[in-house]
Design a protein around this ligand. Structure first.
Ligand SMILES: *[C@@H]1O[C@H](CO)[C@@H](O)[C@H](O)[C@H]1NC(C)=O
Ligand SMILES: *[C@@H]1O[C@H](CO)[C@@H](O)[C@H](O)[C@H]1NC(C)=O
Ligand SMILES: *[C@@H]1O[C@H](CO)[C@@H](O)[C@H](O)[C@H]1NC(C)=O
Ligand SMILES: *[C@@H]1O[C@H](CO)[C@@H](O)[C@H](O)[C@H]1NC(C)=O
Ligand SMILES: *[C@@H]1O[C@H](CO)[C@@H](O)[C@H](O)[C@H]1NC(C)=O
Length: 199
């Protein structure tokens, strides 16, 4: 008796679940930007991976082999100064002239470098991870950064699953590798010498 009653309910449940499947990506809740969240952003981060379907961002991500950045307190509460170390193609570049403006009401971080500004919304995460959603017109991007280059397999797989669910292709997804890390400033020569010696 019981199974007969349950079956139709189950069947309805299954049909619903199936119909919802293409949209059933894990939600991307925005972080609540209180003092603790903002303070928790300070310090050093390593860019791990990202995806975008906005062609100019795809082009930039293709060149970006590795990146680290440090948020430092800025000239007021809702501003950080940033130093960034990027490897673009083969070349390491250090930037220290940009800043981040924080808009708490909509969880937005605005990166300002000279005349150029770009925005990202902060997604609620683990305190060791930084997930940002980059929207531009109708395009979408997502990026994952972490306190160290060592991100657990579980966190990486959850992020990759989210990207797949949102429909990003392999061609739109870029992963950095610690082997492309930039040497600390002034150490490049030593490392080159070491690499030669090891060969
Ligand atoms: C947040 O920090 C600011 C300045 O650092 C302070 O004035 C304010 O009271 C803090 N708010 C809370 C809720 O602690
Ligand atoms: C990186 O390499 C690509 C392809 O070779 C080139 O088009 C691009 O201008 C390079 N970017 C930088 C910043 O050197
Ligand atoms: C940025 O770096 C330059 C050169 O190393 C230095 O002269 C300048 O003071 C730095 N600016 C900031 C805001 O740290
Ligand atoms: C968040 O608010 C700021 C300031 O009000 C605005 O300039 C920005 O466009 C908003 N961000 C998003 C993602 O809508
Ligand atoms: C990353 O993990 C490796 C191996 O577990 C360890 O040797 C290394 O020190 C870790 N690096 C950082 C930056 O935590």
């Amino acid at each position: 008796m019981l199974p007969c009653l349950l079956l139709p309910i189950l069947a309805v449940g299954l049909v619903r679940a199936h119909a919802d499947e293409p949209h059933a990506c894990a939600p991307l809740p925005l972080a609540v930007m209180d003092n603790a969240t903002v303070d928790g952003l300070l310090g050093h981060w390593v860019y791990i991976m990202g995806a975008s379907n906005y062609p100019p961002h795809v082009a930039e991500m293709k060149e970006l082999k590795y990146a680290t950045f440090t948020f430092l307190p800025g000239s007021h509460d809702d501003e950080f100064s940033v130093t960034e170390t990027l490897r673009l193609n083969e070349t390491c570049v250090v930037k220290n002239a940009s800043k981040i403006l924080i808009f708490r009401h909509n969880s937005t971080l605005m990166h300002v470098e000279g005349q150029e500004a770009s925005m990202a919304e902060l997604i609620k995460t683990d305190k060791e991870l930084l997930v940002m959603k980059h929207s531009k017109e109708s395009y979408l991007g997502l990026s994952l950064s972490a306190r160290t280059p060592n991100v657990s397999k579980e966190h990486l797989e959850a992020f990759r699953a989210q990207l797949r669910c949102l429909g990003f292709t392999q061609e739109e997804t870029f992963v950095t590798s610690p082997k492309d890390a930039c040497p600390p400033e002034g150490k490049e020569k030593d490392e080159a010498t070491l690499a030669t010696a090891e060969e």
